[in-house]
Write a protein that binds this ligand. Structure first.
Ligand SMILES: Nc1ncnc2c1ncn2[C@@H]1O[C@H](COP(=O)(O)OP(=O)(O)O)[C@@H](O)[C@H]1O
Ligand SMILES: [Mg+2]
Length: 417
C-alpha cells in the first residue's frame, strides 16, 4: 500500500512515524515533509494548499491513502476534492470541517443541537461588539470567526483588552477575512481539557487523553504558544467525565452532522472547560493536536490503516483500540524568542547523540547542506515512553540536554505543572 502524509510539522512527522511501522505500507510519501520525515518517507515538494498538484501526485503515484495533518486543507475541501477523483483521503470533508473552520458555524451548530457551551452572540463591527460587552459585563472572550493559527482569541478582563482585540480584528484586520465577523462569549472558569475521538460518521472511538502545556514559561506563565509539551495519559478527564462528554457533546455532533447529510469522518478534537456546571465546549478541531499527537500516536498499537478503513466503512465500533501501557511525555524545543520573533537558520547539533529510547519529531527544521538548521518557532518535539511519567520525563530531558543550537529554549517542567 502507498500512503501520502500531507503536512510538514511535528504532528505530521508523528503520523508518518506511526504509519512507517505498518506492515501494510510498502511506500510512504510526505508532502512537503521535513528533514525528520525525509528519514522515514520520500518527501515531495508540494505545499499543503496546492490541492491540484497533490491530486496529480496521488493519481500518478497510485496512492492508496492520503492522510491530512493540518486544518487548512481540510477546511478548504481537500478530502472532497480527492474523493471526487476516486482517491481515498482520511479526514473530514469540507462541510463538517467547518466545526473548526468557522467558530460561528460551530457555535450555531452547538446551539442547534443543545451541546453545552458558553452563551454567545455574533458581530460584524467594533461598535456593536463593544455595546454588547458593556451590556453583558466583563470578562468576555472575543474570537475571530475563521482560522487564525491559534492567535484569533482574546480573553478580555478589562476595557483595554477589549479595545486591543477590536483594534487587532477590525482596524488592523490582522486576520483578514477570518476576522470579518466575531463571536463574543462568556468567559468560563475551570480546568481546560481536550478530548479526541476517531469518528466514522456514526461511532466515536475515544483516544487516550493527553495534557498540553500552552504557556511559554515554567509554571504556566507568559503568553500562549502552540504547545510547549505534552504527556499521555492524563487523569484530568476521568472515565465518568469522558462518558459525559461522549453523551452530551460527541454523539450529538455525530448525530447532528449525519442528520444534515454531512457525516463527520475523521478526528474530532473537543476543547473543553471543566466548570462547576459540567464540561462546556470551548471549540472543536477536526484533526490531531500538535503536540498532542506526539504523545498519543506513539502509545497507539492499532494500525492507522485499519482505523482509516473502518472509518470509510463505518465500522469503527468493531475495532477495539489497543494502547501501549507505557506513559509518554514530549518536550518541545523552541527557537529563543518564540512565540514572539526569533531567528532561523541556527545549526542544530546533538541529534545523533540521542539514544533509541526517545523519538525526535521534527517541526521547524530544514536541511541546509550537511546540517539540519532551525526553521520555525517550535523546532523539535522530543518524546520518551517509559513505565511511569516520571521515567519518561527523565528520559526525554536527558535527550533534550544533548541537543542544542544558538538560543534553544524549552520548559523544564513538562509533566509537573
Ligand atoms: N469562553 C472561554 N472562557 C475562558 N477561556 C476561553 C474561552 N474561550 C477560549 N478561551 C481560552 O482561549 C484559548 C483559545 O481559544 P479556542 O477557542 O481554543 O481557540 P483557538 O484554539 O482556535 O485559538 C483556550 O484554550 C482557552 O484558554
Ligand atoms: Mg484551542
Amino acid at each position: 500500500m502507498k500512503v501520502l502524509v500531507i503536512g510538514g510539522g511535528g504532528r505530521e512527522h508523528t503520523l508518518a512515524w506511526k504509519l512507517a511501522q505498518s506492515p501494510k505500507i510498502t511506500q510512504l510519501y510526505s508532502a512537503p515533509g521535513n528533514p525528520g520525515m525525509a528519514a522515514i518517507s520520500e518527501c515531495v515538494p508540494i505545499g499543503v494548499d496546492a490541492i491540484d498538484e497533490l491530486i496529480a501526485f496521488a493519481k500518478q503515484g497510485q496512492i492508496d491513502w492520503t492522510v491530512v495533518g493540518p486544518e487548512n486543507p481540510l477546511c478548504d475541501g481537500l478530502v472532497d476534492r480527492f474523493q471526487a477523483e476516486g482517491l481515498k483521503a482520511y479526514g473530514p470533508r469540507q462541510a463538517p470541517a467547518q466545526l473548526e473552520g468557522s467558530k460561528i458555524f460551530s457555535k450555531r451548530f452547538m446551539a442547534e443541537h443543545n451541546i453545552p457551551t458558553a452563551p454567545f452572540d455574533v458581530f460584524q463591527n467594533a461598535t456593536d461588539t463593544k455595546n454588547y460587552i458593556e451590556q453583558r459585563g466583563l470578562p468576555q472572550v472575543i474570537k475571530a470567526d475563521g482560522l487564525a493559527a491559534g492567535k484569533g482569541v482574546f480573553v478580555c478582563f478589562s476595557q483595554e483588552d477589549v479595545d486591543e482585540a477590536l483594534n487587532e480584528i477590525f482596524e488592523k484586520k490582522s486576520f483578514g477575512d477570518a476576522g470579518l465577523e466575531v463571536i463574543v462569549e462568556d468567559c468560563l472558569e475551570g480546568i481546560e481539557a481536550s478530548f479526541l475521538v476517531f469518528a466514522d460518521g456514526d461511532h466515536a472511538l475515544p483516544l487516550a487523553p493527553a495534557q498540553d502545556h500552552k504557556p511559554i514559561f515554567e509554571g504556566n506563565k507568559g503568553p500562549n504558544t502552540g504547545g510547549m509539551g505534552t504527556f499521555c495519559p492524563t487523569t484530568t478527564l476521568s472515565a465518568a467525565l469522558q462518558q459525559e462528554v461522549i453523551n452530551t457533546v460527541v454523539q450529538p455532533v455525530l448525530d447532528g452532522m449525519k442528520a444534515k447529510g454531512t457525516p463527520f469522518k475523521g478526528i474530532l478534537y473537543t476543547g473543553l472547560m471543566l466548570t462547576q456546571d459540567g464540561p462546556l465546549v470551548l471549540e472543536f478541531n477536526v484533526r490531531f493536536g500538535d503536540p498532542e499527537a506526539q504523545v498519543i500516536l506513539p502509545r497507539l498499537n492499532t494500525d492507522l490503516i485499519d482505523i482509516f478503513e473502518a472509518t470509510e466503512q463505518g465500522t469503527l465500533n468493531q475495532l477495539p483500540l489497543s494502547w501501549d501501557e507505557r506513559e509518554a511525555l514530549c518536550v518541545i524545543m523552541a527557537s529563543g524568542g518564540y512565540p514572539g520573533s526569533y531567528e532561523k537558520g541556527q545549526v542544530i547539533s546533538g541529534l545523533d547523540q540521542v539514544g533509541e529510547d526517545v523519538i525526535i519529531f521534527h517541526a521547524g527544521t530544514k536541511q541546509d547542506g550537511g546540517n539540519i538548521v532551525t526553521n520555525g518557532g517550535r523546532v523539535l518535539g522530543v518524546t520518551a515512553l517509559a513505565a511511569t511519567r516520571e521515567d519518561a520525563r527523565r528520559q526525554a530531558y536527558t535527550a533534550v540536554e544533548k541537543i542544542s543550537w544558538n538560543g534553544a529554549y524549552y520548559r523544564k517542567d513538562i509533566g509537573i505543572n
